[in-house]
Design a protein around this ligand. Structure first.
Ligand SMILES: Nc1ncnc2c1ncn2[C@@H]1O[C@H](COP(=O)(O)OP(=O)(O)O)[C@@H](O)[C@H]1O
Ligand SMILES: [Mg+2]
Length: 311
């Protein structure tokens, strides 16, 4: 649905995208994750032809819409008819009701009055807004406003939904509700591409996660595999019974000494076959060895660190 190859974008002296590669496949819910300033909005705006990248290639629905500084306007226009977009800092007309808002947006898509009424009702019901359809959105909570914005993005029954930080600022209930709405879209056969700088937003709802740090995609995989990869890299916490510090110099591990009896060890290989002997040899005993399962937060931070290291 979306294929981005080697995309670069510089704003004056800021390199926002640095050879970004990314692929969103049909039917996926793709979480586009990265810290603030990583280049998420720049990627999305480029994909929609709302800003001009300098280099690279963008395909939408299998058709090239951008290559090396030029958009193919007609192909892009046709593709955009099949896309629903929710911008990061979208605004609503506070004095309009959800019904009026959708009617107006529907009109801008050239939908007939009949079609607008039918589609608005369908969406307001789906998004739990039917009861407040005639209340002004100015009085709405953040969660309700986000749902009106989602309804807007869905008005033309798009095949592909692109949402920029749709869950930011929502409370846990709002987030859970929004995830349900995304799942419902997936069941409808839609492809969803959404960005977030918060890990919890992509968990449970995405099939695939792409992590962008400093304008480059660092990984693109399932959450399970991202976690698995990290686990295989190894993270252990060992507790020793010893009366003197133990040296791990003979092993090729990354060791952090927490105290005389507590060590954190990282290694690309399983340390367990080796560690017992090493510790015994120094007159100490292992009391406990824990394999630390990292949270996504840790994985994310690690990637950010690596990204910074490459500066
Ligand atoms: N219009 C702009 N002019 C100059 N710099 C910009 C502009 N928009 C974004 N940037 C910079 O580009 C980088 C990427 O921004 P952005 O794509 O908005 O990141 P994200 O959406 O991941 O938070 C940041 O360093 C940001 O400050
Ligand atoms: Mg952004």
């Amino acid at each position: 649905m979306i294929k981005i190859k080697n995309l670069s974008k510089t704003y004056k002296d800021v390199q926002a995208l640095d050879g970004l590669n990314l692929e969103v496949k049909k039917g996926q819910v793709y979480g586009f994750l990265g810290p603030n300033g990583a280049g998420k909005s720049t990627t999305i705006l480029s994909t929609l032809g709302l800003i001009y990248p300098q280099q690279g290639r963008i395909e939408l629905f299998g058709e090239e819409v951008f290559r090396d500084g030029r958009f193919h306007e007609k192909t892009l226009m046709n593709a955009k008819k099949r896309i629903g977009y929710m911008p990061e800092h979208a605004t609503l007309w506070d004095f309009l009701t959800p019904m009026q808002t959708l009617d107006m947006i529907g009109e801008s898509f050239g939908m007939s009055k009949e079609e607008r009424v039918r589609r608005s009702r369908e969406l307001l019901e789906l998004l739990n807004l039917w009861e407040v359809k005639d209340k002004k959105v100015g009085k709405f909570s953040k969660g309700m406003r986000q749902r009106v914005l989602l309804a807007q993005a869905l008005i033309n029954d798009p095949e592909l939904l692109i949402l920029d930080e749709p869950m930011t600022g929502l409370d846990p209930t709002g987030i859970a509700e929004f995830k349900d709405l995304i799942r419902a879209q997936k069941r409808e056969g839609k492809t969803v591409f959404f960005s977030s700088h918060i890990l919890a937003h992509v968990e449970e709802v995405c099939d695939t996660v792409g992590v962008i740090v400093r304008g480059k995609l660092r990984v693109e995989d399932s959450i399970e595999n991202i976690k698995g990869d990290f686990l295989r890299k190894g993270g252990y916490l060992i507790l020793l019974e010893t009366d003197k510090p133990v040296s791990f110099d003979s092993a090729n591990w990354q060791v952090e000494r927490v105290s005389e009896t507590k060590y954190k060890i990282k290694s690309p290989d399983d340390i367990r076959p080796q560690i017992n002997e090493l510790v015994w040899g120094q007159g100490a005993k292992i009391l406990q060895l824990m394999v630390r399962a990292p949270s996504l937060e840790e994985i994310f931070l690690k990637m950010v660190e690596e990204g910074n290291g490459k500066k």
